[in-house]
Write a protein that binds this ligand. Structure first.
Ligand SMILES: [Ca+2]
Length: 648
């Protein structure tokens, strides 16, 4: 034993001097863990400068590994996942945007994913988390190279109503079957369940080579940190969930250490797109970058990335070379000893093997340019420090401001080394650089295309009769036919009306008049909608509240004292200038609205109560015991505002 030990000690320095990447791994074909966070911004974790979110595990991961500071994903969820798994820019495989539940399309089953390649090389493969590349059976992870699957197969704001109860639920799948239907609150368990599943998979396969793909449901809105984390961070619910994700990363790395697999495992931590900034406090931040999720500014697609492989990836390092999710497939296949040129079902990919950059064999990235697609449109290209934008760009999904410098089609050139926030157009001073980058754009337009698909595009998968994963009511976003109007002079506490009969308030100004005789009773006076959108006017603890829900995590309230006296006249309103609440004809209290109700609430209108999912969870649950008279909802002009975009 002593001899062996001494030999090891003697040999170590020799490796250290001849191979700057430290000693090679004891087994040349490592395991892989790819942790893919949803909607986490460039500035959301400690290693990338966050002072708000505490991420001790990621701080340690970065101190033991390499930060990749110019690593690119795609602007939205499905596109980003297609890119990571196929090694292609998303529009090449016809996944430019986002898939919805029970849609007919998905990633084509013939595409060769990184899991397909590694499975053929003898790896155990597992996907734990958000799939989002189609929810029809032929599109599921188990048909794309993964031995097993566990997770919610699409975004956590894509719940659908069940057939019986009508409550919105999310399917938690085991392989190809729905194991459980989770209501929103059930999502609080999801990060922990994924983590435990990941730990079990690693432990079970400790004696095999494995690929664990761990695309978390977090940090996508609506935010559901576990109760152990809720309310614990310094940064609201978003910070709570970041801290839970950080805990999860720590659990995975600690499992690898305990099983002595750490020196044999490459772990990549990254995000699928930038932060959903239009969600305000419920979205993350892009740090020094401009833009957010859904756009091709750096903040939309440059993501916080860490590579960790003790003994191979040099600890505490940082690399600014251009790389992206397209490069994961060729890098992992190469490290696993595969040869893409000879691989079965060989297809053209855009990815490049970046292992020399990870292992320290190369100081530069093997990749010298990156193309920025939004949907099918080629919006920009980067080469070295230079980024050329060739079309209009937005600040991100759901952001209405259109800055003049982005809202033009003339090419704009930025030097990202000098100004990472890409604000100063230096095109006029560098016509040669502009011309060189325009040539790159022309080559790509002739291949994948821009707007229209080019010759290098392969089709998405498509099924004829898509079905929901569980028995579900058909969701009609807007009732097709108005129902029988409400006879306001006859309404009384306890009444419920179907959504079709309720006044059409989507996008419009409206006000509610009512006279109440509370008789000391709390209760909802009138409510229309539920946990998605709606309004609720209620009395609680001798206070009147006017609540408007604009989305799952977005509610605005106006509250004032209920005066003494038998009858109180109330007018609650949504107008062009804001929300208002007026008592007995006096001055209204007002607030600027967060938006307008973009769509007609699907749930019914209730008088004197709010059944099902209440609009405001803080409203009283029992029926209003006082008297109501003169109740009426009056709808006015259309407000100049667009409905909110659905989630991605
Ligand atoms: Ca996303």
């Amino acid at each position: 034993m002593r001899v062996v030990l001494r030999l090891t000690v003697l040999l170590l320095p020799v490796f250290a001097t001849t191979a700057p990447a430290a000693e090679p791994p004891s087994n040349p074909t490592p395991n892989f863990v790819v942790i893919f966070i949803d909607d986490m911004g460039y500035g959301d974790i400690g290693p990338f400068g966050s002072k708000l979110n505490r991420t001790p595990q990621l701080d340690r991961m970065a101190s033991e590994g390499m930060k990749l500071t110019s690593f690119y994903a795609a602007p939205v969820c499905s596109a980003s996942r297609a890119q990571l798994l196929t090694g292609c820019y998303a529009p090449r495989v016809s996944v430019p945007g986002v898939f919805f539940p029970a849609g007919p399309r998905g990633l084509h089953p013939d595409e060769q994913t990184v899991a397909d390649h590694l499975q053929r090389l003898g790896y155990a493969t597992m996907c734990v988390g958000k799939w989002h590349l189609g929810d029809q059976r032929v599109f599921l992870p188990t048909r794309q190279g993964f031995d097993g699957y566990f997770g919610i197969p699409y975004s956590n704001d894509m719940g659908r109503p069940t057939l019986e109860g009508g409550r919105s639920v999310h399917p938690l799948m085991r392989d190809e079957k729905v194991a459980e239907l989770l209501e929103n609150e059930g999502q609080r368990r999801i990060t922990r369940a994924y983590t435990e599943e990941a730990v079990r998979f690693i432990t079970r396969n400790r004696d095999r080579r494995f690929l664990l793909y761990l695309p978390h449901t977090a940090m996508h809105v609506p935010l559901f940190p576990h109760t152990d984390f809720a309310g614990k961070s310094n940064n609201g619910t978003y910070g709570d969930w970041v801290e839970e994700v950080d805990w999860s990363v720590g659990r995975v790395l600690e499992t690898l250490r305990q099983l002595k697999l750490d020196r044999n495992t490459l772990v990549l931590f990254t995000s699928d797109n930038g932060p959903w900034a239009s969600k305000g406090k419920a979205g993350g931040v892009a740090g020094p970058l401009r833009g957010s999720k859904g756009c091709t500014l750096e903040g939309g697609v440059r993501v916080p990335t860490i590579a960790w492989w003790p003994g191979t990836v040099r600890p505490g390092t940082s690399h600014d070379g251009i790389a992206g999710t397209t490069d994961v497939l060729p890098t992992l296949v190469r490290l696993a000893g595969g040869d893409l040129a000879k691989a079965k079902g060989k297809r053209r990919i855009d990815g490049i093997d970046i292992s020399p950059m990870l292992t320290g064999q190369s100081k530069t990235s093997p990749r010298d340019h990156w193309f920025y697609y939004q949907g099918t449109r080629l919006k920009a290209v980067r080469s070295g420090p230079w980024k050329l934008a060739v079309m209009k760009q937005s600040l991100g999904m759901g952001i209405r401001q259109k800055p003049a410098d982005l809202n033009i089609d003339e090419p704009r050139l930025y030097n990202l080394d000098e100004e990472i926030g890409e604000k100063t157009n230096v095109a006029s001073g560098h016509p040669d650089v502009v011309a060189r980058l325009q040539k790159l754009v022309a080559v790509m337009r002739a291949d994948i295309g821009s707007g229209r698909p080019g010759p290098g595009v392969r089709p998405a998968g498509q099924v004829k009769n898509p079905v929901t994963l569980f028995p579900s009511r058909t969701r009609r976003r807007t009732p097709t036919r108005p129902g029988k109007p409400i006879a306001w002079q006859k309404v009384k506490p306890g009444d419920s009306y179907p959504s079709q009969s309720a006044p059409r308030i989507a996008g419009k100004a409206f006000h509610i008049d009512v006279t109440v005789e509370p008789r000391g009773s709390d209760g909802v006076l009138i409510a229309h909608g539920g946990s998605a959108v709606g309004y609720s006017l209620y009395i609680k603890n001798r206070r009147i509240t006017w609540a408007i829900r604009f989305g799952n995590n977005s509610i605005q309230r106006l509250t004032t004292d209920l005066p003494d006296g038998p009858n109180t006249r109330l007018r609650a309103s949504v107008t062009r200038t804001g929300l208002g609440l007026q008592v007995n004809g006096g001055d209204a209290i007002t607030a600027k609205p967060l938006g307008v109700l973009g769509k007609h609430p699907q749930e019914g209108l209730c008088i004197g109560h709010d059944n099902g999912n209440p609009v405001d969870s803080q409203s009283p649950r029992k029926r209003f015991g006082g008297r109501i008279s003169g109740l009426k909802v009056t709808v006015g002009d259309r407000l100049a505002s667009k409905p909110k975009a659905p989630g991605n």
